[in-house]
Design a protein around this ligand. Structure first.
Ligand SMILES: [Fe+2]
Ligand SMILES: [Fe+2]
Length: 269
């Protein structure tokens, strides 16, 4: 089941590629181009902000898996948590290394995200890192972060005009595909393990957070990212793809997809 829906999601991602105009082709620049000033200054500013956001999302995912190790006792789940934790730490290291190549240290990158951290797009990663408890939260957090991360990276960063981000994204995607399969598989069994009512309540809490991960549609920052070829899709397209994929999984698992408001930040309708 998981792979059938993952294949369907991949077809949607491939079909959407290239729909919006971009100024620079995939893999157009490397670090030397950006550092030497051969690329316009605003490209570097937008790139650094995008990398800082990506790095922090990876770091909070790692912190969430580290927290899950303290609150989940099931031995099979703990094996997956340890594997995913190691991989999220590696993703974190990879993206901060990209920032360092551009002269930005981790602390500086994190400081630049202080305001963004309070936005709805960071609710899910912050909740996973700071408040999630136990097995059901782990499964719903993985559904909210690994699946959205997989969509964001494969739709956007894989095709980046900044070659180092594209290469790092391809490496990260190999792990994220497995994380997404874990989330989908565990969701299938969740009703049996925890009871339908409890999982449906969890979905009502987590799905709005998850849909908000992609950020506001049509923001000036995203328009710049698309123009520079640092992203391919607008945030609305990504959240729609995510919600359509999730709805199939939720229904297949005999659960109820919560109804959401029609605009960002998403809440229960
Ligand atoms: Fe990751
Ligand atoms: Fe992940």
């Amino acid at each position: 089941m998981a792979s059938r829906f993952t294949d369907e999601m991949k077809r949607c991602i491939d079909a959407q590629e290239g729909e919006l105009s971009r100024q620079y082709a995939p893999l157009a620049f490397d670090a030397a181009d950006v550092k030497s000033g051969r690329v316009e200054t605003n490209y570097k500013v937008v790139l650094i902000r995008l990398l800082a956001a990506h790095a922090l999302q990876e770091k909070l995912s790692a912190a969430g898996y580290a927290r899950a190790l303290e609150t989940v006792a099931d031995s099979q789940l703990r094996r997956t948590i340890k594997k995913n934790l190691a991989e999220e730490r590696e993703h974190t290291r990879l993206v901060y290394r990209l920032l360092k190549e551009l002269g930005i240290e981790e602390a500086e990158a994190d400081r630049s995200m202080t305001l963004a951290l309070r936005a709805p797009s960071f609710d899910a990663p912050c909740y996973f890192a700071e408040r999630a408890e136990g097995e059901l939260d782990l499964i719903l957090a993985s559904m909210s972060l690994d699946t959205t991360g997989y969509i964001m990276i494969s739709s956007n960063y894989r095709q980046s005009s900044y070659a180092p981000h594209s290469y790092a994204s391809k490496a990260i995607l190999e792990d994220e595909e497995e994380h997404d399969t874990f989330a989908a598989t565990e969701l299938m069994d969740a009703a049996k393990r925890f009871g339908t009512d409890k999982v449906n309540q969890g979905l009502r809490e987590w799905v709005p957070r998850a849909a908000n991960v992609f950020g506001p549609p049509d923001s000036g920052f995203t328009v710049d990212c698309i123009r520079f070829g640092l992203k391919v899709q607008d945030n609305r397209q990504l959240s729609e793809l995510y919600l359509a994929t999730l709805e199939q999984r939720v229904r297949y698992a005999g659960l109820q997809m919560p109804r959401l408001s029609t605009s960002y930040p998403y809440t229960l309708a």
